[in-house]
Design a binder for this molecule. Structure first.
Ligand SMILES: [Zn+2]
Length: 353
């Protein structure tokens, strides 16, 4: 099989690797397309130190079930599916049911260095991590399940309820999927702050109000657009200006959910937390239920979901797509790398065998 491997910081190459074989309890997936995550870009540039040369990254995929290991039931070869990249060891599965992201022994496919992840044409994952998708939906939307699951979890952590006023800092791919997750939760008053005009345009097409994040009056403009202070802020960037604006734009007693990981340390307007009793909550990945809920919603192919995918490039153009994103090219939404030649490559290959 072919895979897109990080050869050194700043360089990906298409390489030939052996097809993985599913062990008992595992499933082999034939990857159709994989989304490029901001964390992959930071791995490519060496910024986050969480990806390594020699690694095959990838954790936002849509696939076709290709082969079942011994003892796997309830899944059908040929079906469209995605996979939940958070793998919990069997010994911790019961104790961390419902909060799988907190299991100390977990690893994340696409992050763990030794695991060949889904910028490859085939991958092996535990059967419990496979989430089937309806054949009726546009197949590429399946690559959005993982980023949407991140946002579903952030919205749940934030405690946002229908009727709330919500501000989202950042209109990039995370902020965009936060908008979808808020809509999925029945929240209608949504304002997004974003520097890029093309991303603001995309956010507006999703049905949220987009404001230019630049300028000293951004907090006033947020409150004006929402018709009052925000009940909840979701910081999908995670740098000092966005955390400050998030705290200032929320009401007394409001909540700021920190999901963006823009900086490892942030100075904090402490009195906005202490004297006015705001809460700051963190959010990381998702529970298995958050992931399944995101998959179910994407499976209904909500019309605005397609807006999140800006383009799909062939495997051979993978390096260039990473380089363009790393150079902050004007790409408003998600870029997917198509790992197979066509949608029905599985059938074609079956016939050749
Ligand atoms: Zn990601």
């Amino acid at each position: 099989m072919k895979a897109l491997r990080l050869e050194e910081i700043g360089r990906l190459a298409v390489v030939e690797l052996p097809d993985p074989e599913p062990a008992a309890g595992e499933v082999r997936l034939e990857i159709i397309a994989t989304g490029i995550c901001g964390s992959d870009i930071h791995g490519f540039t060496g910024e986050n130190g969480r990806r390594f040369p020699g690694q095959v990254m990838g954790h936002e995929s849509v696939a076709r079930i290709d082969a079942l290991g011994d003892g796997v039931e309830g899944l059908t070869v040929g079906d469209i599916a995605t996979f939940n990249p958070v793998v919990v060891p069997a010994a911790e599965a019961d104790a961390f049911q419902g909060r799988e992201q907190m299991a100390p022994g977990k690893h994340v496919i696409g992050v763990k260095r030794e695991v060949v992840a889904s910028f490859a044409q085939r991958i092996v994952v535990p059967a419990v991590n496979v989430v089937p998708l309806p054949a009726s939906m546009p197949v590429e939307l399946g690559a959005l399940v993982e980023p949407l699951a991140v946002s579903v979890h952030a919205v749940r952590r934030s405690g946002a309820q229908p009727g709330d006023r919500v501000v989202v800092a950042g209109g990039g791919p995370i902020g965009q999927s936060v908008v979808l997750a808020l809509q999925m939760a029945g929240i209608e008053r949504i304002v997004v702050t974003e520097l890029s005009a093309s991303r603001r345009g995309l956010v507006e097409r999703l049905g949220a109000t987009a404001l230019d994040a630049a300028g000293d009056d951004v907090v006033d403009r947020i409150r004006e657009a929402l018709g009052g202070a925000a009940d909840v802020a979701i910081d999908a960037v995670g740098i000092e200006p966005t955390l400050r604006a998030s705290l200032q734009a929320t009401r007394i007693g409001g909540t700021v959910c920190l999901v963006g990981m823009g900086a490892p340390k942030l100075a904090l307007d402490a009195f906005l937390v202490s004297t006015e009793e705001r809460s700051i909550v963190g959010s990381f990945t998702y529970s298995a239920q958050d992931f399944r809920d995101a998959a179910e919603w994407i499976g209904q192919a909500p019309p605005q979901a397609a807006e999140l995918i800006t383009k799909t490039v062939p495997l051979e153009a993978g390096h260039d797509a990473f380089a363009e994103l790393a150079a902050h090219g004007d790409i408003p939404g998600k870029v997917l790398v198509r790992m197979t030649e066509t949608d029905n490559s599985h059938t074609d290959e079956e016939e050749q065998r």
